[in-house]
Design a protein around this ligand. Structure first.
Ligand code: ADP
Ligand code: MG
Ligand code: MG
Length: 251
């Protein structure tokens, strides 16, 4: 089944009116892992932020269907409840709210939307523990305030933990490899692999082969100047690493 269908998506920056996305086309089926690569400034992050409904951008053309629904008509919160997840969603720091409470609230908000009863803290703890173990997350992190004093690696493990808890259908991971040491990268990437089922999908954005070596994408796309100019499989990423983006440049 088709999970996401993006057609001729165009978007501008609200503040300046500058056009960033110039007709993006992308179709993702359940169970697929897609990677978007591309030079700095080609529009990769803008694309992912437009999908989750970031207010800095305005869609000026095209369509996005997610699980059969018009995604662009939905509020950002509803997109998340519908099963779309993006890394770096956590507010930078939330004073006075423990990570455990934050995760429990996020999970319960999702359950409520599905008409399920809230999971009380003790039961949520049982649900959470194995997932925290899977990302090598120390349980003591759960008592800390959300993201307060987390290192880059801890923050990213925490994001993958959120993803595991919310059981999203489509996870957009924008440069989860940036700023991670080799061990943290392995943990995070393996945790993402552990979440893959035949029914959910990942769209990851990365500059680097090292992440793709662990999370094997079924499709690799190259974005340039706000559109996808080439699509292939893992061999495209390998070719890119050897020859650089210039070999694929359309300009
Ligand atoms: P990438 O993730 O591929 O490096 P981005 O999507 O972050 O690229 O950015 C694409 C272009 O749009 C860049 O030139 C960037 O400076 C610009 N841009 C993106 N978002 C904003 C914004 N909110 N305000 C101003 N310029 C932006
Ligand atoms: Mg960038
Ligand atoms: Mg970016």
């Amino acid at each position: 089944r088709v999970l996401l269908e993006v057609k001729d998506l165009m978007a501008v920056i609200v503040e300046s009116g500058q056009e960033i996305l110039r007709g993006v086309n992308l179709t993702i089926y359940e169970g697929e892992v897609h990677a978007i690569m591309g030079k700095n400034g080609s529009g990769k992050s803008t694309f992912s932020k437009v999908l989750v409904g970031h207010p800095d951008y305005e869609v000026t053309g095209g369509s996005v269907i997610f699980k059969g629904e018009n995604l662009l008509d939905m509020e950002p919160e509803d997109r998340s409840h519908a099963g779309l997840f993006m890394s770096f969603q956590t507010p930078v720091e939330i004073p006075g709210v423990s990570n455990f409470d934050f995760l429990n609230m996020a999970y319960n908000a999702r359950r409520k939307k599905e008409g399920l009863p809230e999971l009380p803290p003790l039961e949520f703890y049982s649900y959470l523990s194995p997932k925290a173990a899977a990302v090598n997350m120390d349980l003591r992190f759960l008592d800390r305030n959300v993201n307060e004093g987390f290192s880059g690696g801890e923050r990213k493990r925490n994001e993958i933990l959120q993803l595991a808890i919310l059981e999203a259908d489509l996870a957009i991971l924008d440069e989860i490899d940036s700023g991670l040491d080799v061990d943290a990268l392995q943990d995070v990437a393996k945790a993402v692999n552990g979440l893959l089922t035949p029914y959910n999908s990942v769209l990851m954005i990365t500059h680097y082969q090292r992440l793709l070596d662990i999370i094997n994408p079924s499709h690799v796309h190259i974005m340039e100047e706000g559109s996808i100019v080439k699509t292939g499989d893992l061999s495209l990423a390998k070719q890119l690493e050897k020859e650089g983006y210039r070999a694929f440049s359309v300009s």
